[in-house]
Every structure is written in structure tokens, then in C-alpha cells.
Design a protein around this ligand. Structure first.
Ligand code: SAH
Ligand code: MG
Length: 212
């Protein structure tokens, strides 16, 4: 596959900590490269330790735009102690909660992306409610429970400009492969709304275009 990232950017993204398989990250970078930056900036829901931002940030910088990375940095349900996707060193022992923001900032610093990736720290729904800038690319990879996925679909997808790209992570049509909400609460409603058409699928990553 030809890649929109340089060798150095690829190496940084590949080794960054987080939940983004490299082939899906490349598809994410390719989508970002094909987005029309005149429609608006990029925004991701779910920054975690900055891995997906390492795939989205370089195309944003080259397009002269920015990636807003929204996350409360307290972890999703499945990142909490006792759950499958918990990483104990991400807990801030002073407050007894997860805090991925310091890790995110280090990742973005080391990748040289501080001018292109802007952290927005807070609950996705609280940020979305007062957001009004049209987006050229929206990447949804936040909470994977039913309610957070439903909220991200309802509150964020209207912010995408017509012609903009909706990218959804962890879409599993087969329940044996993973959790349902990104598929049932975001991907299917988007297609059924008639506002989106599918552009590509790579692993669990889906790229849709807003058509009206
Ligand atoms: N894109 C990341 C992985 C994201 S993991 C990567 O490439 O590695 C999901 C993230 O969504 C977690 O960091 C969690 O804190 C965040 N999240 C979950 N629910 C959220 C909500 N309601 N508001 C803001 N962030 C949320
Ligand atoms: Mg994910």
C-alpha cells in the first residue's frame, strides 16, 4: 500500500502506545489525506495516549489544518481496573482514576505534532453540545458502551460538513469479533439515515462520506 506518511512518521505512529492496529492506522491516514480541508478541521473522539493522532496529525499539518482530539482522559468503561483493556500504569494514584493526558501530551510532543494536534479535555457530549465548527473529518473512537456510542453519533455526526468523512473504529458486524455499539449505534444508523455512503473498510475501521 502506498502511504501518506513518511518513514519517520510511520515509525512513530507504529510504536506509539494505544489501540490502533497499523493497517487500520494507515487507512485512517489515507482517509485524512483524502479529506477536503477547505470544509473544516479534523476531530477525533477518543485520543487515549495519542496513537490515532499520530496517523491523523501529519495529514492535518500538511493540509494546513488541525486535529482536535476530544477525550476526558479518564478511560472508557473497558479501560477501568478489572476490565479487559486496563493498563495499570495509566492510573493517577493521587486521584485514584485513570489519566492518559500526560501520556497523550508526551506522544504528541515526541511526534513533533504540537501545532497540528489540539487536545480538548472533557466529556465528549459536553464538548459536542456547544461545538459549531463544521468538520472535514470526524473519527469516532470514544466510549464503546451503548450510551456513549449513541451520544457520539447523535451529537457529533451533524457537525460533519457535507462531503466530509466519517471514520468509525471497532466496527464488528460479527458479535464474535467484538462489542456491538460502534456497529449498531453508529455505523448502521449512519448508513440507514441516507446521509452517508461507505467509502472503504479496513479491519474494523470504516470510512463513510457524508453525502447530504
Ligand atoms: N484512538 C485511541 C484509542 C481510544 S480509546 C488510540 O488510537 O489509541 C477510547 C478513549 O475514549 C479513552 O481514552 C476514553 O477516555 C475516551 N472516552 C470514552 N468515553 C468518553 C466520553 N464520554 N467523553 C470523552 N472521552 C471518552
Ligand atoms: Mg478503537
Amino acid at each position: 500500500m502506498t502511504t501518506p506518511l513518511t518513514e519517520r512518521e510511520l515509525a512513530i505512529a507504529r510504536s506509539a502506545r494505544g489501540f490502533m492496529p497499523h493497517d487500520e492506522g494507515l487507512a485512517l491516514a489515507a482517509a485524512a489525506t483524502s479529506a477536503d480541508p477547505t470544509l473544516g478541521p479534523f476531530l477525533e473522539v477518543g485520543g487515549y495516549c495519542g496513537k490515532s493522532a499520530c496517523y491523523l496529525g501529519p495529514p492535518a499539518a500538511r493540509a494546513g489544518t488541525v486535529l482536535y482530539s476530544v477525550d476526558h482522559h479518564r478511560g472508557s468503561e473497558e479501560n477501568q481496573p478489572g476490565w479487559e483493556w486496563h493498563e495499570p500504569d495509566l492510573v493517577d494514584s493521587r486521584v485514584g482514576k485513570m489519566d492518559t493526558l500526560p501520556f497523550f501530551r508526551r506522544t504528541i510532543h515526541d511526534a513533533g505534532l504540537e501545532d497540528a494536534v489540539v487536545a480538548v479535555v472533557g466529556p465528549s457530549a459536553a464538548v459536542a453540545r456547544h461545538w459549531s465548527t463544521p468538520l472535514s473529518l470526524l473519527f469516532i473512537d470514544g466510549g464503546h458502551g451503548v450510551q456513549p456510542a449513541r451520544d457520539d453519533y447523535r451529537l457529533w455526526t451533524p457537525q460533519l460538513a457535507v462531503g466530509g468523512l466519517l471514520v468509525i473504529h471497532d466496527v464488528f458486524p460479527d458479535p464474535a469479533d467484538g462489542g456491538r455499539p460502534p456497529y449498531e449505534e453508529i455505523y448502521l444508523p449512519a448508513l440507514e439515515s441516507g446521509r452517508f455512503s461507505e467509502v472503504s473498510a479496513t479491519g474494523s475501521l470504516r470510512v463513510l462520506r457524508r453525502v447530504r
